[in-house]
Design a protein around this ligand. Structure first.
Ligand code: AR6
Length: 191
């Protein structure tokens, strides 16, 4: 179980406008192991069981998670809903659905949809007074987003929303691979 930031890259004050100190951390690991206030699930709009992050979180949380998501109506792209973490180490799981990169449709709408996943999740965390949240690289697995492009959208959306979430002290980008972590280090301008 990972509860600290050992091995992660701490990127404080990396905001391009220099207006505030951003509580970003970058780590390589499995998001279902994180003992934080909330982790974000890369869900689908139906909140139906899937693979990747969703499958890992459902395995860690146990059957009560799927019983809970079965009771929640389908969500819109970029919307966020919350459940307990049940048997998994995080207190809560925030479920959001990215746009599918490979589906037809205007790129601008997809970019706005992916950005909304991050802002909705931070809004949810702020509304609950959470101090810590972890994001996977939403959309970059089954949903096919180019990793660097998605990272830029993620960082920009978090930077924009964080001033409205003053209690949030830790925003962890939980990368599955070292290659993804490098993309985030480059995106946040840390070595
Ligand atoms: N911890 C952290 N990151 C992970 C983990 C993990 N345990 N497993 C995969 N990743 P994906 P999406 C990375 O496919 O693209 C599901 O079936 C992975 O390498 O989980 O938003 C849902 O039900 C990738 O970089 O999410 C939806 O139908 C990133 O997490 C659909 O897939 C996201 O990969 C959502 O697709």
């Amino acid at each position: 179980m990972w509860a600290g930031n050992a091995g992660g890259t701490i990127a404080r004050g990396a905001l391009r406008n220099g207006a505030m100190s951003a509580p970003f951390e970058i780590m390589v690991g499995r998001i279902e192991t994180l003992a934080l206030d909330a982790v974000v699930n890369a869900a689908n709009r139906q909140l139906a069981p899937g693979s990747g992050v969703d499958g890992a979180l459902r395995s860690a949380a146990g059957p009560r998670l799927t019983e809970a998501t079965n009771r929640i109506p389908p969500i819109l792209t970029g919307e966020a809903v919350i459940t307990p973490g049940y048997d998994a180490p995080m207190k809560f799981i925030i479920h959001t659905a990215a746009p599918i990169w490979t589906e037809p449709g205007p790129e601008g709408a997809k970019v706005a949809g992916l950005a909304k996943c991050y802002t909705s999740s931070i809004k949810m965390a702020a509304s609950r007074g959470f101090e810590s949240i972890a994001f996977p690289c939403l959309g970059t697995g089954v949903y096919g987003w180019p990793r660097g492009f998605a990272c830029g959208i993620a960082v920009a959306a978090c930077e924009q929303e964080l001033p409205n979430a003053p209690k949030l002290k830790r925003v962890v980008f939980c990368c599955f691979t070292e290659d993804d972590a490098k993309i985030y280090r480059d995106g946040l301008g840390v070595s």
